[in-house]
Design a protein. Structure first.
Lengths: 116, 111
């Protein structure tokens, strides 16, 4: 009963380094999302995907890239880490169809990233 | 995207009911009203959602105004475990592939 799994849980990066945050879901959901949450703030949508091969920008996409080659996986790539990207990152998934039916979103436990 | 407005914080005594308000005056006819909560150091979790009628589940009740411009999440008996940030979110029925969190209401439960 894994749900949404994110790795790693914690990471410290140096300015200019790159890394990939991994997200996997085992619920066969077509929708997947990446959010970031800065201290004391709400979640901001970075990117989302409505299915394998389809991704789109959210509110704060700059500095990030995503890909969706399978239904299960939705990795988030940081190419040139900056201190402003210090945050907690959450991945989520849900199911939806064109008739307006969808499930609630399930979230992972988050990845706490510090850029120094 | 339609926005929601919530109080920044609320307090409740343990074992008492809690009414968490949300205003969404620009709601469209196809927007569902969703509530999520985020416990400390955890990812958000789904609480309840509705379209027009009041809804009940094992966690809470959702009361939706007749004009749908506001709603209230009701926790019938607050416990210490209910201390969390509660988010009211509008999600379009047909294009709900993206949904946005506001700043939410931080609920403190007093023993």
């Amino acid at each position: 009963n894994a749900g949404v799994t994110q790795t790693p849980k914690f990471r410290i990066l140096k300015i200019g380094q790159s890394m990939t945050l991994q997200c996997t879901q085992d619920m066969n959901h077509n929708y997947m999302y990446w959010y970031r949450q800065d201290p004391g703030m709400g979640l901001k949508l970075i990117y989302y995907s409505v299915g394998a091969g389809i991704t789109d920008k959210g509110e704060v996409p700059n500095g990030y890239n995503v890909s969706r080659s399978t239904t299960e996986d939705f990795p988030l790539r940081l190419e040139l880490a900056a201190p402003s990207q210090t945050s907690v990152y959450f991945c989520a998934s849900s199911y939806g169809d064109s008739k307006g039916a969808y499930t609630e979103a399930f979230f992972g436990q988050g990845t706490r990233l510090t850029v120094v | 995207d339609a926005k929601t407005t919530q109080p920044n914080s609320m307090e409740s005594n343990e074992e008492e009911p809690v009414h968490l308000p949300c205003n969404h005056s620009t709601i469209s006819g196809t927007d569902y009203i969703h509530w999520y909560r985020q416990l400390p150091s955890q990812g958000p979790e789904y609480v309840i959602h509705g379209l027009t009628s009041n809804v009940n589940n094992r966690m809470a009740s959702l009361a939706i105004a007749e004009d749908r411009k506001s709603s209230t999440l009701i926790l019938h008996r607050a416990t210490l475990r209910d201390a969390a940030v509660y988010y009211c979110i509008l999600r379009d029925r047909y294009t709900g592939n993206q949904f946005y969190f506001g700043t939410g209401t931080s609920l403190t439960v007093i023993p």
